[in-house]
Design a protein around this ligand. Structure first.
Ligand SMILES: [Zn+2]
Length: 242
């Protein structure tokens, strides 16, 4: 066993023995690490806060490649105090951490971590958690192997698109539209923006509520029908946010 220090976020915790936890940490460079945090539930434990769900920082541990590592200590980067004071925001955080965990397992991509962290930091900054979550969900599609073509008509390549077809996997033009309802051009424009925006650089999200809700419904529907990802946290989130 060797000692390593790794940046990451606790995406999930499991109670272990009387005072301990097993942490699942999505890390910046080393994928998901399962790590025992011994005695972290004791009030005086120095591991207490770094072992909380959503703890974000640097984790020092005895690293075991095939099996559970053991946490030694940690330095928290951000406590997410704004998110933690708001039940709706906590629900979004719970959901995007669970989703990222799943998308990482599907893709093994090191790009999942920065996308998740940028999104969490934006929600912490005060940006609309539903919109940030939708942007992340849309950008994750590529890693699930089901990205939508949001550049031009999926059938002929025409750039004058009028709506989106989920079964066809992207935008379609007037000529290739059959039974699909027409979409507000604002929805089409924003979906494309959601798909390409650098989340860490978002500085303004002035989006009409009806438009953002429409987009949210489209993304939910696509996830339900095509992603194969079913998360309990998403259902709870929908109940809370309605
Ligand atoms: Zn076409």
């Amino acid at each position: 066993m060797k000692i390593i220090s790794v940046e990451g976020i606790v995406v999930n915790t499991i109670a272990y023995k009387e005072n301990s936890k097993i942490l699942n940490i999505l890390t910046k460079d080393m994928g998901i690490i399962g790590c025992v945090s011994k005695g972290c539930k004791k009030l005086k434990s120095k591991l207490r806060s770094i072992s909380e769900k959503f703890a974000y920082g640097t984790f020092h541990m005895y690293y075991k490649e095939d099996g559970l590592s053991t946490l030694i200590d940690g330095d928290i980067k951000d406590y997410f105090v704004n998110i933690r004071s708001d039940i709706i925001k906590i629900s979004y955080l719970t959901y995007i951490c669970e989703l990222s965990n799943n998308v990482y397992k599907e893709s093994n991509s090191n790009e999942i971590y920065p996308l998740l962290i940028s999104s969490v930091l934006k929600i912490e900054e005060g940006f609309n958690p539903r919109i940030i979550t939708n942007i992340l969900e849309l950008q994750f599609l590529e890693y699930l192997g089901i990205n939508l073509n949001l550049d031009n008509c999926v059938v002929c390549g025409n750039s004058k698109v009028v709506t989106l077809s989920l079964p066809k996997g992207g935008y379609i033009c007037q000529k290739h539209r059959t039974t699909e309802e027409l979409l507000d051009p604002k929805v089409l424009k924003l979906l494309r923006l959601y798909n390409y925006v650098d989340i860490s650089k978002i500085s303004n999200l002035d989006i009409d509520e009806n438009v953002s809700k429409k987009i949210s419904n489209i993304i939910d529907l696509y996830y339900e029908e095509y992603s194969g990802v079913y998360l309990k946290s998403k259902r709870m989130l929908k109940e809370l946010d309605n």
